[in-house]
Ligand binder design. Sequence first.
Ligand code: SGN
Ligand code: CA
Length: 681
Amino acid sequence: MVCGMRSVPLLLVLATLLAMAAAQQPLRGSRPNILFVFSDDHACSAIGAYGSSFGSTPNIDRLAAGGALFTANYCGNGICGPSRASILTGLHSHANGFTRNGNVFDGTQPTFPQLLQRAGYQTAIVGKWHLESQPTGFDHWVVLPDQGQYYNPDFLTKAGRVRKAGHATDLTTALAIEWLEQRDPQKPFVLMCQHKAPHRNWLPAPRELGLYRDGDLPEPKTLFPNHAGRLPARAGTEMEIGAHMTLHYDLMLPPTADEQAMLQDLDRAYANQRARMDDAQRAAWDAAFAAEDAAFRAQNPQGKELVRWKLQRYLKNYLRCVRGVDRSTGELLAWLDAHPDVKRNTLVVYSSDQGFFLGENGWFDKRWMDEPSFRMPLVMAWPGRIEAGRKVDALTQNIDFAPTFLDLAGVAVPPAMHGTSLLPLLAEAPPTAWRDAVYYHYYESHAVHRVPAMYGVRTATHKLVHYYEPEWNAWELFDLRSDPDERADLAADPAQAEVLATLRARLQGLRQQYGDDTGTLGDGAFPLTAGIARVVKDGERWRVWANARGGYLLQRGERTVATTFTTTLRTVAAKPLRNGCIVLGGADARRDQVRAGIEFGVRKLVLLGPGPQDRTEAALPWDGRSAIELVVHFDPVGKRVIARALGVEVAAALPAAWTALTAHGFGASDTETAFDPLRVQ
Ligand code: SGN
Ligand code: CA
């Protein structure tokens, strides 16, 4: 007995010593398994370990307590596909080519799963992918098509498309565990378990519907922001809980018969969401929300009260989705607990593609370089090897994930990668010198939510953002020490001139370091741009990289008489050959467009518009290389538009409303095209 009592502290000391020795073993080249748990749109403010008081993440918090929490981790482009592409490649968007959702990921470029696969790892991904091309570098993949569905979703597999019964979070977890059970235990693995949740439209699983039923959640202090005096693009952003969050689709409020007859825009998708549920799932929803919905109808809140009601409904459903992701994380951790041999050699990572606005600025969604959306959660735990409870305050970024995983596996990090292995930050004595700034570049302007394109820099103390599209050409500067909520833009404050100059130089330095020459849109000759990543003046010629379908750059100019537009266009080598065209803008130049040009891949002369479905085309005798003279004739009297190239002609009728042009310029789709100056006669 005495002996036993004395041996307890001794054992403890021994265990501690062993743990310390383990913690000192170098992580580099240790070849652990990597279990990467990843969610979609999970803001740090909804994770307990980051200080959230919502109580939604006990398992992620447990993971963080047993490992390292990165407190200043950021994405490089705050939207889904681009963040995922950066994680896979270790590159910022301009270099991996995936600058905006809807791009097609080039899976032939080096990615960490591919390099680990070559180094003897088994690689698997389950859940949300959202990169359009088929996954490469994975031995096993079962992914959601596009955004995927919450209820009874389809999955894509090597064998085709299958529909699975259940909720996306539960199914993704089950797919992960199923793969863990049947993998080859002789080899190390990377498993990416990627949830759709808590992405819009925030449909939790039935078992989470009972959470947060009592009382209101705290409101953010900027729920009713004053945009006066601020960047005009902020007020124009379409992500207000009040104005842009829909009652039926987003918040699943059943429409009344009258409302049903008049459902508009996204709300029309309410019925599909219901239709995907089976009877039991639908009954669980109805039971969970019946009283709340009845109270809403009885009170009929308006104005600020309606915003408050929407915030509560939104936040609670978002947090219920988060709890599902957390429960999944707990199930994966439990699987590891039940397999101690695997657990001993497994690094578990938790992260999400970007953050999210949970009512700050009155907003939902992301995209802005503001902290709520720019900041990404990152937890890394490997008991005995990474010190429990470690906080890493150094500036880190999603481009660092790939180098970190490669470094762990002892695989040389390709020098072209932009990111840096994070392993030194986890060592007993972290480096004293580390990067002093992170870079950001968001491109998806004039798309859903209307957030302007921007690039910027964040240091430990400041943030500088350039909204570089000619129509804005504005800067914002924040001092994060005195103004963590980024309310006071100091860009025009003379007292900050020196800080501004230093940060502009730092931003320029980062753009050079990463080789980012996108976000330069010419010399302002084309003030209206959308879907264009770069415009370079090459002598008299314009080289235009359209990183979206339907990209354009326009100059304003009223034309009420017959006018002929002429240019010569060329494809630029090594880019996908989509199209280059002349664009004519009607009453609303952004929406009413005629696009006349060449579809390079199929060698056709094509006229698109003026209606969204209008298309006239003819085969073009083109050799696939030579420059093409393109002529477009606008005839407001004869109500016709005619395009000519290489002796071929196509024409389309113009409706009566097209009495004049308000703008004209160039367009391209997902390709780089060179245009000679536009002749207007
Ligand atoms: C969908 C959402 C948007 C969201 C984008 C991008 N609308 O279009 O609100 O910003 O995805 O999200 S929805 O009604 O279809 O949900 S991302 O995370 O994939 O980048
Ligand atoms: Ca996302």
